[in-house]
Design a protein around this ligand. Structure first.
Ligand code: AMP
Length: 216
């Protein structure tokens, strides 16, 4: 099964993608995570994208398309994937279609996690991840069951994204509305878009997405 999780920053794409990957045995492909790893490693790609990410604007299409093309070629993607954060522009969506067509693969669903901008800033500013396994948490909405210990792997180290601050969030939301949201009609024309209310609890959103995907 090949799925895109679509929605603004803070909608819960990463959290839901992790759950879907487990449930369906598919690979979670987060372009944001790939870029953050590149920045952490200090690679040439990381050095190129660091400032762009800190500003909350989009990395150029050619870089993103090359990154995802390489990743989708890996054998673990043959069984299916859930894309989180890609595509974000029309050229990226068209390039993805071409990549999949070449492999005789197709997209099964685009899940649009719909949520109001007003909720997003609070959501984004409180979130943090396990430094070991990447599991996502939130200061108010989703604390670890045991304080300071990751529910998923038991690690005690957590990290916060540098771009999760009020200033950068504004730029990220603007990029979403200007460059990414216009992709919806593109996917609607293929009749593969399903809309999910992203303002409800994590488990409710997950349940709704599973109902959709179990029927695919
Ligand atoms: P995310 O983790 O998906 O919120 O992405 C964090 C940042 O990485 C974004 O604000 C962009 O600067 C960059 N980024 C991630 N995915 C893409 C993409 N598909 N196209 C352009 N920039 C991206």
């Amino acid at each position: 099964m090949n799925v895109i999780l679509f929605g603004p920053p803070g909608a819960g794409k990463g959290t839901q993608a992790q759950l879907l990957a487990k449930r369906y045995g598919i690979v979670h492909l987060s372009t944001g995570d790939m870029l953050r790893q590149a920045v952490a490693s200090g690679s040439a790609l990381g050095q190129t994208v660091q400032k762009i990410m800190a500003a909350g604007t989009l990395v150029p299409d050619d870089i993103m398309i090359e990154l995802i093309a390489e990743r989708i070629d890996a054998p673990d993607c043959a069984n299916g994937f859930v894309l989180d954060g890609f595509p974000r522009t029309t050229p990226q969506a068209e390039a993805l279609d071409a990549m999949l067509a070449e492999k005789e693969m197709s997209l099964d669903r685009v899940i649009w996690i719909e949520i109001d901008d007003a909720i997003l800033v609070d959501r984004i500013s409180g979130r943090f991840n396990c430094a070991e396994c990447g599991a996502g948490f939130h200061d108010s909405f989703h604390r670890p069951k045991v304080e300071g210990v990751c529910d998923g792997c038991g690690a005690r180290e957590f990290s916060r994204r540098k771009d999760d601050n009020a200033e950068t969030v504004k730029a990220r939301l603007a990029a979403y509305h200007e460059q990414t949201a216009p992709l919806l009609p593109y996917y609607r024309s293929k009749s593969i878009v399903e809309t999910v209310d992203g303002s409800t609890q994590i488990s409710d959103v997950a349940g709704r997405i599973e109902t959709i995907l179990d029927g695919v």
